[in-house]
Write a protein that binds this ligand. Structure first.
Ligand code: MG
Length: 196
């Protein structure tokens, strides 16, 4: 207060700013407060060809099927899409940059390893996965019976609760290369709480 008994304008402005900012942030119960700009979102997409003589692994779950996904690793398109979504939320380069398919170290490796690495990179940045959601696009086989197990594998690899993981599946209504069962695709989004 000054001699007139009024609060100086700069202090009034500061009080307004503090009130405005606190109304814009939300307590989340573990001492953190979300404010605009702290939650970063990433998107991921992957597709692999279906070929004879390969295991079909999606979301870390082996699915009985006459054909499997072709690729350098286990070709788990779902985990690859999720990995890219997480790396994208960090503003990092894609999965191929971190784990090139020309590197013999990644040959035949289970893709949960890539998710574990993404989780490690997020932890190094002091980040926290808020949630992720993914869709598998496959004409065959039916994916639904395996979704609960996929969620469990993905959550375990990332060391997050299953309730933070969404997995859905759809067909391609018999259209295009997915409809002809030549390949399976997956897309994912992820949000990561990153300190400024
Ligand atoms: Mg891939």
């Amino acid at each position: 207060m000054n001699w007139t008994g009024r609060m100086p304008v700069p202090l009034l402005w500061r009080r307004f700013q503090l009130q405005f900012l606190s109304s814009q942030s939300v307590a989340v119960g573990d001492g953190r407060r979300y404010a605009p700009g702290m939650v970063h979102v990433g998107i991921g997409y992957d597709v692999h060809q279906l070929v004879a003589g390969r295991r079909l692994v999606l979301g870390g779950v082996e699915i009985p099927h006459p054909k499997g996904l072709d690729g350098h690793s286990d070709a788990d398109a779902l985990m690859h899409a999720i990995c890219d979504a997480l790396l994208g939320a960090l503003g990092e380069e894609d999965i191929g940059h971190f784990f090139p398919n020309t590197d013999p170290r990644w040959k035949g490796v289970p893709s949960r390893f890539f998710l574990q690495e993404a989780a490690r990179i997020i932890a190094l940045r002091n980040g926290k996965i808020v949630n992720l959601d993914a869709t598998v696009i496959a004409q065959a086989p039916k994916i639904y019976p395996y979704i609960a197990a996929m969620k469990r594998c993905i959550a375990e690899a990332l060391m997050i609760p299953e309730k933070k993981v969404g997995v859905k599946a759809t067909t391609n209504e018999l259209m295009g290369f997915i409809g002809r069962e030549e390949g399976i695709a997956a897309m994912a989004v992820a949000s990561v709480d990153l300190p400024e």
